[in-house]
Design a protein around this ligand. Structure first.
Ligand SMILES: Cc1ncc(COP(=O)(O)O)c(C=O)c1O
Length: 395
């Protein structure tokens, strides 16, 4: 991996230490150029010039095929969404729930993979049961198996939660769901682009993701995978000209084939084309190489940060179970003051509750700081950040 070239492709890295990929990463210039060129063309060529529009839809289809290949799915199993929250909500709103159905949600989840299910308790009479991770934020397939009942309809969890950095054994948890006749939804918001995300190997029924984090696309580039055999039975929660048809004579309503039936209205073309360029970039760098570098950088960051006086690092102690995300607190220090001090030095990290209060409560805290890495980060940046944190807490 040519880190210098990668950093040249991402000019902000030359002036700023960017450690907030878990919120949104830095797109390489090829992604920004693709988006910019398309947006300019819409004004300079004419967005609805028939030939241009035809070409645009062909490009959208091509990105669908590209994303499907990246996830080892079929193009017809991929829906573009605004973000991961929308993807999760499409599943939550699309299943024909019966009162008393049970949903197992990992307690590592942030609000976007909790609220869509909690809302169903009030509207459809389902029961949401939380499955607890261990003290380090690691989910056990056995804990899911123990929570299963004949009424369990769906199991959901993050492959990589935003506030632990624990890479979960997603395939084993999906296997537990399958063995008990339940559906599985993997929240890949943090993991897609960081680790190999192969829906066949995961054995999941649904997978929700967002392009702006590890994939390095822009905002607006979410996606949903729906297993082919489930597409027809998942009711489209959003409807409009892009995905449906209405026959006034008969009153019949119809939907387009494939997972495109979950998309309503004009697609977010700039974001989708940017996602295509981001997938090209990730494939050129190589997902296996990205994962290997990130695992090494993450283990290095944990080692270096461990020397900061008063620090407590959350998440798995075993480096093999951790990737990308390093949440921490320094005893007696408000994490927001660390973020502010680092911002003064052109170093971007984040603090807060990350809308994941259950897991923070387990750590016994209500807020924390979070460093989140990507492969374009360097060991030197990690050393510098550790020094900046040490200096910030000394004041
Ligand atoms: C684990 C996890 N799930 C879901 C989301 C929601 O993503 P989006 O903003 O794309 O809806 C996030 C975003 O921070 C996340 O980290």
């Amino acid at each position: 991996m040519d880190i210098q070239a990668i950093r040249q492709d991402t000019p902000l890295t030359l002036s700023t230490i960017y450690l907030d990929t878990a919120a949104a990463s830095l797109p390489p210039d090829s992604v920004l150029d693709t988006v910019r060129r398309y947006v300019l063309d819409t004004g300079h060529i004419g967005i609805y010039l028939p030939a241009f529009r035809k070409e645009t839809y062909a490009r959208v289809d091509a990105v669908r095929t590209q994303l499907a290949a990246f996830l080892n799915a079929q193009a017809s199993e991929i829906a573009f969404t605004k973000n991961a929250s929308e993807a999760i909500s499409l599943v939550a709103q699309g299943i024909d729930w019966r009162a008393g159905d049970e949903i197992l949600v990992a307690d590592t989840e942030m609000l976007s993979n909790l609220l869509p299910w909690k809302r169903l308790e009030a509207t459809r009479g389902v029961v949401v049961k939380m499955v607890a991770a261990d003290a380090e934020g690691v989910l056990s397939p056995t804990a899911f198996a123990a929570a299963m009942t004949p009424r369990t309809r769906l199991v959901t969890f993050s492959h990589l939660p935003n506030s632990t950095g624990a890479l979960q054994d997603a395939a084993a948890i999906c296997a537990v769901a399958r063995e008990h006749g339940a559906l599985s939804l993997v929240n890949a918001s943090q993991s897609a682009g960081m680790v190999k995300t192969d829906v066949a190997a995961l054995g999941c029924d649904f997978l929700a993701g967002c392009g702006r984090k590890a994939l390095r696309a822009t905002e607006g580039s979410g996606f949903l995978y729906v297993k082919a055999s489930l597409i027809e039975s998942l009711e489209p929660a959003l409807t409009g000209w892009w995905n449906g048809a209405y026959d006034r004579a008969t009153g019949n309503i119809g939907f387009v084939a494939g997972a495109r039936r979950f998309e309503a209205g004009c697609p977010i073309v700039p974001a989708i084309l940017g996602l295509g360029a981001a997938l090209d970039y990730a494939s050129q760098v190589g997902v296996d190489a990205i994962e290997a570098r990130l695992r090494e950088l993450t283990a290095y960051a944990v080692r270096v940060f461990s020397n900061i006086p008063g620090i407590e690092i959350y998440g798995p102690k075993n480096a093999a179970q951790r990737i990308g995300i390093v949440p921490f607190n320094v005893r007696g220090v408000d994490p927001a003051t660390i973020v502010a001090a680092l911002e003064q030095q052109n170093c971007i990290i984040e603090s807060g509750n990350f809308m994941a209060d259950a897991i923070l409560a387990r750590y016994g805290v209500s807020t924390m700081a979070r460093v989140s890495l990507h492969y374009f980060n360097t060991h030197e940046e990690i050393d510098r950040v550790a020094a900046l944190i040490t200096s910030a807490i000394a004041h």
